[in-house]
Design a protein around this ligand. Sequence first.
Ligand code: TXA
Ligand code: MG
Length: 320
Amino acid sequence: MISTDISKAADLLKAGEVIGLPTETVYGLAGNIFNETAIRKIFSVKQRPFYNPLIVHLAGIDRLDQVAKGIPGIAIKLAEKFWPGPLTLLLQKQTAVPDLVTAGKTTVAIRVPDHSMALALLKSIDFPLAAPSANPFGCISPTTAKHVDDYFGKEIPMVLDGGPCRNGVESTIIGFNDGEAILYRHGAIPMEEIEKITGKLKVYVKEENAPDAPGMLSKHYSPRTPTILTDNIQQVLKEHAGKKMALLLFNKKRNEYDPALQWVLSPGSRLEEAASNLYAMLHTLDELKVDLIICEKMKEEGLGITMNDRLVRASVESLI
Ligand code: TXA
Ligand code: MG
């Protein structure tokens, strides 16, 4: 059921249920971090392996001590600058945070979402919410209540409808090593913005087969339709002539192909607008049942880096 009833959502969460939660990035699949049944349900509904830890959502920075300890000074600076907002910090966990939530890790991923409904809900309960993106493992993340309802409507009692997500891509994840900030996942805050506070960021590199941050698994965020990412659309169109193809483009349609099969992410050439439309358009293109989705590579700066990161994973079995 899709609903805007925040107090009903709170009651369901208090009863150990799992609900669809709107945030400014993507919708989450949320449950009480202290309720084992709820946390197990998140993993099973999402078909997510237990080695993949969940993000904990707080009502405000003042609740940070409930879940984290030994917080580096630089983390506090980042939290003060970007919370509420699409920044997730990996911090030493308090013993009270269940191992199931952190997949046995000693660190816990934490953020304060910048969404009025999510914040109102979090303030009305006395426990944090664990919430991974509300998509089946490996699939495109949801940016509307309907996306969540289409994925999980039969398995969860409610999707709280907070409208389309403003940012449209997941939070940026930052971890720390000896007080030094490390980028774990490109996200809605461009790394350049974070570097204004941290200085040049190291980018976390996953060891072969280490299931450390599966948002980093190669195949992820994927449409069911074969997808290609390219900076040479014309060439790819030629190579696949005869197939039914849909184009996902940055700022304008192309003359050499059927305009009815072309989608433009940002007519005004703004990366923020393009990012906010990215998943919704991928969902739409996937429903067309075409033979191939062809995505235009974004420029490698700011949110363009985040979008290319997601599109590479969406297209991983194709040649780029
Ligand atoms: O914007 C977002 O971050 C959304 C909304 C709902 O808040 N959530 C989200 O959650 O994207 P999820 O579970 O789809 O992605 C979280 C990523 C996963 O790749 C997970 O492996 C990683 O964060 N992660 C969580 N805890 C971690 C930890 N302690 N160390 C390393 N990676 C961690
Ligand atoms: Mg996810």
